[in-house]
Design a protein around this ligand. Structure first.
Ligand SMILES: [Zn+2]
Length: 445
């Protein structure tokens, strides 16, 4: 079995209780950490050596909500109408981009998003995919991009009726089920998947009751939880009151969609009753500070009441060093009372979702945990100790310090180099982006 030893490193545990241990060896066998400690390497003379001197090793970071389909949108040059509210942003921008995506575009989006994540020290991305012109097979395309780069992921198709009504809803749910079942077949053959499945939905305001009931059936059939935007803008909450005379969370509970494996996203306009309900089902909620600011949708004023809060980017890249800073500073700007350590807890909690889906331990550098690690060239001019890890993450560390990244026991980036030609992939992605942008221009809002 593949053995790698990271020798003589400083281990910083970012999941509570935070700890700092100096001159430590980390022994990795297969996909797991098997020993951590001073001189732990001495029992493994044949293992491949990685010199960790002067390096800091932290558990790999999780982006708990991403949209890989937005990968090719950076700098997108298209004609678009005014975008003065949330619905206009969706209609003028994202719902034109997603309709322009074909198989090749999805694959290159996945490749470049995965490369971006690994280079930023993010070892897992929880993706929420949309490509209404290419639904069937799209999740395997996203997953194959993830596997090619070596990042851990979850993906799902965002079920919606926004283009073609019930037929589109059914196709979306069928794609979620088909992908989950393909993972199950691989597991039966003894494979440990690097990419897992969820049951995706766009948002309650584009999913009819029939759609929610199909998602509930898909969830129980596959054993996966839902991944759904909720109350990103007041519009979603108002729509629920107007069309269904119910709060969003009550509507979801009615269909049995709230479970400990469920991941809701945004939740800015959930009320206190809904937060209590979500907490009682131990549902995860992903906060995406940058995206909220970009879309001018407001701030989640009940953020501190959400028990299972995690951190995502909503497609604004996959750099969790940046995201935690934005989340912290925006929170301070809103008069919130959390400190860096509180947001570090939120970031680290993303590992709990991985544990539920992959059935392994994540988030600590200890024997028995998965070997998903980020190795940093971070040198602090002030003491770095257990009590100030959160402050160092928010005020000091950045993706500039990411030196190497290990996922599932494999070094997928070593000293900032990938084992494949990134420039060639970027050149091809840029060509595909140009083609996609041209198609977006031909798609009416
Ligand atoms: Zn999103």
């Amino acid at each position: 079995m593949n053995q790698i030893v990271i020798e003589n490193a400083t281990v910083v545990q970012t999941m509570a209780p935070c700890e700092v241990a100096n001159q430590v060896d980390i022994v990795v066998e297969g996909d797991k950490i098997v020993a951590v400690g001073v001189n732990a390497a001495s029992g493994y003379p044949l293992a491949t050596r990685f010199d960790g001197s002067g390096k800091i090793v932290i558990p790999g970071m999780v982006c708990a909500h991403h949209h890989y389909y937005s990968g090719l949108s950076r700098g997108m040059l298209v004609k678009a109408g005014k975008q003065t509210d949330f619905i206009e942003v969706l209609k003028q921008w994202w719902w034109r981009l997603d309709r322009a995506l074909d198989e090749e575009a999805c694959f290159y989006s996945s490749l470049i998003c995965s490369i971006d994540a690994i280079a930023s020290g993010t070892t897992s991305c929880i993706d929420h995919h949309a490509s209404p012109s290419y639904i069937s097979g799209s999740l395997e395309t996203i997953a194959s991009g993830m596997r090619s780069v070596g990042i851990r992921g979850l993906t799902c198709y965002e079920t919606t009726d926004r283009n073609r009504g019930l037929a589109e809803l059914k196709e979306g749910v069928a794609e979620n089920i088909a992908f989950a079942q393909s993972i199950d077949r691989k597991k039966k053959q003894g494979e440990m998947p690097l990419v897992e499945a969820m049951i995706g939905g766009h948002a309650p305001f584009t999913i009819s009751d029939e759609g929610l009931s199909l998602m509930a059936a898909a969830s129980s059939e596959t054993g996966r939880g839902i991944h759904l935007h909720v109350a990103e803008d007041a519009y979603d909450a108002v729509w629920s009151h107007h069309q269904y005379a119910a709060d969003i969370a009550d509507r979801l509970e009615k269909f049995g969609l709230l479970s400990p494996k469920s991941l809701l996203v945004h939740g800015l306009y959930l009320n206190r009753h809904e937060i209590d309900l979500i907490n009682s089902h131990r549902v995860f909620v992903a906060h995406n500070s940058r995206s909220n600011m970009n879309n001018h949708v407001g701030y989640c004023s009940l953020l501190q009441h959400i028990d299972n809060l995690v951190l995502g980017t909503d497609g604004c890249g996959s750099n969790m060093f940046e995201e935690i800073k934005m989340a912290f500073f925006k929170h301070r700007d809103q008069g919130g009372t959390w400190w860096p350590a509180d947001f570090l807890k939120v970031l680290a909690r993303g590992n709990e979702i991985l544990e539920l889906y992959f059935g392994k331990r994540f988030g600590r550098i200890e024997a028995g945990y998965s070997a998903d690690l980020t190795i940093l060239d971070y040198h602090s001019p002030t003491p770095l100790v257990a009590d100030n890890v959160g402050s160092h993450v928010v005020w000091g560390m950045s993706s500039n310090a990411v030196d190497s990244v290990m996922v599932d026991g494999r070094l997928v980036m070593e000293h900032r180099c990938f084992p494949f030609d990134v420039a060639q992939i970027y050149a091809k992605a840029a060509e595909v982006a140009k083609r996609v942008w041209k198609r977006v221009d031909d798609i009416m809002p």
